[in-house]
Write a protein that binds this ligand. Structure first.
Ligand SMILES: NC(=O)c1ccc[n+]([C@@H]2O[C@H](COP(=O)([O-])OP(=O)(O)OC[C@H]3O[C@@H](n4cnc5c(N)ncnc54)[C@H](O)[C@@H]3O)[C@@H](O)[C@H]2O)c1
Length: 385
């Protein structure tokens, strides 16, 4: 394969596109990074050489994950681990289980994680991975068998000096437990290298909270810089997973009014704002794999909208915490019209490029995930890594 040819920012993107034209998410993240660095690159060709090396992952592992369901039927999923860059130290990055997971998404997440980790005070490289396995609707035993099979292949590439996996979409306490259990068995000793939520795995007990809480701290700092505060502000949040629920918790602690959550089928709005009791109720609904719609049966003033996103609700601050590219151009226009002044990126790359243009033109401040979402990696301080 021909290496990157010319020394301009545009040609870096062109070369990435030529090399992997089908990897849409990865190309988009390269485009965003190169665009942000364009002036630096134009001034110093040295950075072009660095980008050339940075854009090609050090190692990409794609593997078969066979597993057996509760009826005894065999399934074959695909596993990924992209160890993007170890220039600063051992890799660290999430494991995502989601039916749409593919190599392009693993590369985009690994690339963003490399930059996010580099901004942290630690000497860590970046990685990402996961599988197209869908944990939704699976029994504990199915999840366990899948995680064990996943680890049977990937364990040889992991370790405290190589690669430290962490939670991501579709991977929580239960999955990390099964993964670590199998890793420990295969490694033959207790090598606490997983940045999971339990302190006895040598992970920080605050790791799960850290990213969501950090997003709210970041918003508070932006507002403080403007001599304002979160108290009383209406906040639209998307997603209803680990990140979103911790954003909600911390917003309430700051006296803000979180009014929405969402899932892949629609969104829920509570005009009175969520409180701690309502959050516990939401968590119960999610734990029982019920629809967010059920919330409205108990809280009559709330409303669930099918096939819709929360971005037309009147709000001051938006926290996208669901998935990449969840905000398209029309969502961005809705956000601007709904009064949003600040957007704090919880999900990695939540906006398509056209949406970023709309928000920038309307002077909406965007807090990038690379900085605002670095709470997880910064919580490593608590575990001494
Ligand atoms: N977990 C982490 O440490 C971490 C760190 C930084 C960034 N992120 C990013 O935050 C986002 C959420 O991660 P998480 O760990 O909370 O995942 P999670 O699996 O705990 O929750 C994801 C939530 O998003 C919802 N969702 C999925 N697709 C959606 C869609 N298209 N529209 C609306 N809702 C949708 C799901 O219903 C679920 O509630 C992801 O984009 C992830 O990349 C996670």
């Amino acid at each position: 394969m021909k290496a990157l040819m010319s020394k301009t920012a545009g040609s870096i993107v062109e070369a990435a596109l030529k090399r992997d034209p089908h990897e849409l998410e990865f190309i988009q993240s390269v485009q965003e990074a190169v665009h942000a660095l364009e002036r630096v690159i134009a001034k110093n060709s040295h950075y072009v050489n660095i980008m050339e090396r940075l854009l090609e992952p050090e190692r990409m592992i794609v593997f078969r994950v066979p597993w057996v369901d509760d009826r005894g039927e065999t399934h074959v999923s695909r596993g990924f681990r992209v160890q993007f860059n170890q220039a600063l130290g051992p890799c660290r990055g999430g494991i995502r289980f989601h039916p749409l997971m593919n190599l392009s998404i693993a590369k985009f997440l690994g690339f963003e994680q490399t930059l996010k980790n580099a901004l942290s005070p630690y000497k860590l490289g970046g990685a990402a991975g996961g599988s197209d396995f869908d944990p939704k609707g699976k029994s504990d035993n199915e999840i366990m068998r899948f995680c064990q099979s996943f680890m049977n292949e990937i364990y040889r590439y992991l370790g405290p000096d190589k690669d430290l996996p962490s939670e991501e979409m579709g991977v929580g306490t239960r999955e990390m437990g099964y993964l670590f259990g199998q890793y420990r068995r295969l490694a033959g000793h207790f090598q606490g290298s997983f940045t999971g939520p339990r302190i006895f795995w040598s992970g920080s007990s605050l790791r799960t909270e850290a990213t969501g809480y950090g997003l709210v701290f970041f918003a508070q700092l932006i507002l403080a810089d403007m001599n304002k505060e979160l108290k009383g502000l209406r906040c639209a949040v998307s997603g209803s997973g680990k990140i979103a629920m911790h954003v909600l918790e911390k917003l309430i602690a700051y006296g803000a009014v979180p009014i929405t959550v969402s899932d892949s089928k629609g969104y829920l709005v509570d005009e009175d704002g969520f409180d701690y009791m309502k959050i516990t109720f939401l968590r119960d609904i999610k734990a029982q794999q019920r629809s967010l719609r059920d919330y409205s049966k108990t809280y009559a003033r709330s409303k669930y909208y099918d096939e819709a996103k929360p971005w037309s609700e009147r709000c001051d601050v938006a926290f996208p915490c669901a998935s990449q590219n969840e905000i398209d151009q029309s969502d961005a226009i809705n956000l601007v019209n709904s009064g949003c002044r600040i957007l704090v990126e919880g999900s990695n790359m939540p906006c398509i490029p056209e949406a970023v243009d709309v928000l920038r033109k309307a002077n909406v401040l965007i807090a990038p995930a690379m900085a605002a979402g670095a709470g997880g990696v910064c919580s490593l301080l608590l575990q001494g890594i």
